[in-house]
Write a new protein. Structure first.
Lengths: 162, 367
């Protein structure tokens, strides 16, 4: 797929200093369309969808909110903490108003692994399939999200009894 | 036919982009807006050189507008009322302004350039805000993720502030940022000591300033901050006081309590502090000391998930549940809260259910 002028404008919004100090692209020099396509292929390989990943992130974030800023146990074996800092960030796609600067930390006790994501990540993944560029501070790897958050995959869905 | 259309669309787009680029370059290099006048609160007049953003222009004149991102347009804090001379709203301002703010001529001062005479309105207390050079005189790990930073003032040598206010700490260029950035932190120390301040800073994952403070800052380093800001302070009434905080929300409440000690304040006050387990609790000895100094003060820490090794015999549960359990009628009560937006919202609900009038609930929301 070719990068459209619209896509180029969005990518310009992602550069350092435009909407955020460090931007959304890190050291990635690829066109936005390539970044999106490669991550979409990875998500297909994992037999899930951007929406399913974002939905699991939202669910854990919402359950973690009950901890009022401290870690709280979330079934079956997660510990989740949601904390916020002052301010907000607009979506580089220009479609979500201001997103709160909220960090969700999820510890998977079974795997003894941890991942941190923001409300901006949830929006960008769920609505645009964007996991940020390579080298970005807030880049998330689809495979890590699926593994640590235990996102249900097609295979697991078809394995479920009748 | 299609290729001709694409070529003409491409040509028009290219010419537009080129012209836009020319305008930006011309604005930055050729345009000379000369001397312009900024009138503040219909009273104070500043003669300044035009062409720079309002936030930076005011800063050069020693007037600091609160901004947590150092003028990058990513925090939305530096709002100023501009009654004349602002021109059209810019696309970079719009996400930060509500309909009401736009109709009241509120502008984002880091985005708005001073190009002609301007009339602005800012709160009078901002004239008291200054930039300070200071030196790190102490760094203490309060918990595994909260650090106490003590700063001795160099120039100016003293700061006048009210307990509960915050400052903006500058993080210099380092691995995570190629330019200085500012973040807001509440002062936790006794503000009657005007030559030093203390901050309690919790490590935020990937946070530019908090990572710097936790992993790079050393004793003896020079640090720049500006302030004081904010209207979170103890009101002068006879009502019973409820304080509620968690994590680094401890900071402004501790400063207020130290101020109460200085005044021999006799008001009944209870401080509910939430943490997950004992490793997240801190300054409990200091709070016990304050209980001795303030005859009607009690500190009520609560753990939401104590570890077996904690041997915890105090209150357990979420802080909202603990407050609900301890509180009787809130008719003659006012409350001071500091924490995340979720924590504040949950506490407001509990307090209003207990009869505390919403207008008597004061808070410092991190979000």
């Amino acid at each position: 797929m070719k990068q459209t002028p619209q896509m180029k404008k969005i990518q310009d919004n992602m550069r350092p200093g435009v909407l955020t100090l460090n931007g959304f692209l890190g050291t990635d020099t690829r066109d936005l369309v390539e970044i999106l396509e490669e991550d979409a292929a990875e998500v297909r390989r994992l037999r899930t969808s951007h929406r399913a990943i974002a939905e699991k992130m939202s669910i854990l974030r919402d359950q973690g909110m009950r901890g009022l800023g401290e870690f709280i146990d979330v079934e079956p074996h997660f510990e989740v903490r949601v904390d916020s800092v002052r301010g907000g960030i607009p979506s580089p796609f220009g479609d979500a108003g201001l997103l709160r600067k909220t960090n969700t930390t999820v510890r998977n006790r079974r795997l003894t692994r941890e991942i941190v994501f923001t409300d901006v990540n949830i929006h960008l993944i769920g609505e645009h399939g964007f996991y940020e560029g390579r080298g970005s501070l807030f880049r998330l790897e689809p495979a890590e999200l699926v593994e640590i958050l235990e996102v249900e995959t097609e295979k697991q869905q078809t394995d479920l009894p009748g | 036919m299609v290729s001709a259309l694409l070529i003409s669309v491409g040509a028009v787009s290219g010419i537009s982009a080129f012209l836009a680029l020319l305008m930006v370059i011309a604005d930055a290099t050729i345009a000379n807006y000369g001397e312009v006048k900024i009138t503040i609160n219909k009273d104070k007049e500043l003669d300044v050189k035009g062409g720079k953003p309002l936030l930076g222009t005011l800063m050069e004149e020693g007037i600091f507008i609160p901004s947590a991102c150092g003028g990058r347009g990513s925090c939305g804090l530096c709002k100023v009322k501009v009654t004349e001379g602002a021109g059209q709203f810019l696309p970079t301002e719009l996400p930060w302004l509500s309909e009401e703010e736009r109709s009241n001529n509120i502008r984002l001062s880091c985005q708005l350039k001073v190009k002609n005479d301007m009339f602005i309105e800012i709160p009078e207390e901002l004239f008291n805000v200054k930039e300070f050079r200071s030196r790190v005189s102490g760094l203490v790990d309060l918990t595994h993720d909260i650090k106490q930073v003590s700063l001795e003032l160099i120039d100016p040598a003293e700061i006048e502030m009210v307990p509960g206010q915050f400052v903006q700490l500058q993080t210099p260029e380092y691995e995570l940022t190629d330019e200085p950035v500012y973040r807001a932190y509440s002062v936790s120390s006794n503000t009657s000591d005007t030559r030093r301040i203390e901050l309690e800073i919790r490590l935020v994952p990937n946070g530019i300033c908090t990572t710097y403070v936790h992993n790079y800052l050393k004793e003896g380093d020079e640090v720049i901050f500006n302030g004081p800001y904010g209207d979170f302070h103890l009101r002068d009434t006879d009502r019973e006081i409820i304080f509620i905080a968690g994590g680094s929300g401890m900071a402004p409440i501790k400063s207020i309590l130290l101020g109460m000690v200085d005044e021999n304040n006799p008001r009944r006050a209870r401080y509910f502090f939430g943490a997950r387990s004992k490793r997240d609790l801190f300054l409990t000895d200091k709070m016990k000391e304050l209980e001795q100094k303030l005859p009607n003060f009690s500190f009520i820490p609560a753990l939401s998930n104590p570890e077996p090794d904690d041997h915890w015999e105090g209150d357990t549960g979420l802080i909202t549940d603990v407050v609900a359990e301890h509180m009787e009628s809130g008719n003659n009560t006012e409350a001071y809260l500091c924490g995340s937006p979720g924590m504040i919202d949950a506490c407001i609900k509990v307090l209003t259910d207990k009869g505390v009038p919403e207008e008597l609930i004061y808070y410092d929301k991190f979000g």
